[in-house]
Design a protein around this ligand. Structure first.
Ligand code: SF4
Length: 348
């Protein structure tokens, strides 16, 4: 109770407690990812039934953004299941999506994997408001979750984003089998970034069948509350986002999270590939609690879009050597083997 009280007090000193920022997450390229994140149904090495989909067209993205705006979202966050951004026609298409949504007077966020400085600058020129790149867990526990890249790669990408005016969104997931120390370690890593991320999503693992973490026990509301409250205390100015795992939370549980300092949610019936509450339900809850959606560009200025013909920046065709750590994660290896077997049987 003391933790909640302290968090709620700090929250009220730094934010309007009755305003919640609403983002809509859009999967612009789904599945087929070469990475091995143990929680993710989009990793191609696991058998999760997620149908791969190529990159969305710009008009499709625009239509989805307009829908999101009409239902009260101030931000569109576009996620692509890529290891890293590669210069080429697909990245050019993403840049066009950013320009298009920015002109709709909505905040645009992207989560596209690892990013070079030049790519970050090109996104900034297109009008990107935020870049999401989660640290997921503590540096120590990261090695138990992902073996295809290292923690430093994450920090390097965040540092590349920081060379622009694009804001940083970075958080993590609880319920992956980590210890309390790992949760604290992640908050230390995030809160000692200078400056601290403008947005920190806190996710409860959604254990998807076929992933290496399918048997993880669900996170209790108390663990989530504790995490939200601690995040609020150590990062007073940040927008703390109540992210994956909301479908299993009661209205009372969510209300407690808002009280303890959560002031952002993801809206829309899907969070990339996992279920999420319907926005109409969210708006009913907002009404009940006297909350209102935050207007866009309240915290930071509206970035200006620089058209490609006026830009000095060009694709450099870089091929950065992002890490490929050699360690093996037993549960990921097991799940990969099982998946190969299932995929073979399905073919036969
Ligand atoms: S979390 Fe992202 S990088 Fe990891 S497997 Fe899923 S889509 Fe790929």
């Amino acid at each position: 109770m003391e933790l909640l009280y302290e968090a709620a007090t700090i929250h009220r000193q730094h934010h309007d407690p009755n305003t919640v920022q609403v983002s809509t997450l859009l999967s612009i390229k789904t599945g087929g990812c070469p990475e091995d994140c143990g929680y993710c149904p989009q990793a191609s090495r696991y058998h999760t039934g997620v149908e791969g989909e190529g990159l969305m067209t710009v008009p499709h993205v625009k239509a989805q953004a307009l829908r999101a705006k009409a239902s009260g979202s101030s931000r569109v966050c576009m996620g692509a299941a890529w290891r890293n951004v590669k210069d080429g026609p697909e990245f050019e298409q993403v840049l066009e999506m950013v320009r298009t949504i920015n002109k709709l007077d909505m905040e645009v966020c992207c989560t596209l994997g690892m990013l070079t400085e030049n790519q970050a600058k090109r996104l900034a020129e297109a009008g990107l408001y935020a870049y999401n790149h989660n640290l997921d867990s503590s540096e120590e526990y990261y090695k138990e979750v992902i073996s295809t890249r290292g923690y430093q790669d994450r920090l390097d990408t965040i540092a590349n984003v920081r060379k622009t005016n694009v804001t940083v969104c970075s958080g993590g997931i609880i319920g992956m089998g980590e210890k309390l120390e790992d949760r604290a370690g992640m908050l230390v890593a995030l809160s000692t970034l200078n400056p601290q991320p403008e947005s920190v999503p806190i996710n409860a693992l959604v254990a998807v069948e076929g992933t290496p973490m399918e048997d993880q026990k669900p996170v209790s509301i108390w663990e989530m509350l504790r995490m939200i409250a601690t995040t609020r205390i150590v990062m007073p100015e940040t927008q703390v986002r109540l992210s994956a795992g909301r479908t299993t939370m009661s209205q009372e549980g969510q209300a407690m999270c808002f009280f303890a300092g959560a002031n952002s949610i993801f809206a829309g019936d899907k969070l990339l590939t996992t279920p999420n509450p319907d926005i109409k339900e969210d708006m009913k809850l907002f009404e009940l609690l006297g909350l209102k959606p935050q207007k866009p560009f309240l915290k930071h200025v509206h970035p200006q879009t620089i058209e490609p013909e006026e830009s000095q920046l060009k694709p450099l065709g870089e091929k950065p050597k992002w890490t490929r750590p050699k360690h093996k994660i037993e549960r990921n290896e097991e799940k990969k083997k099982e998946s190969i077997k299932i995929k073979r049987e399905v073919k036969i």
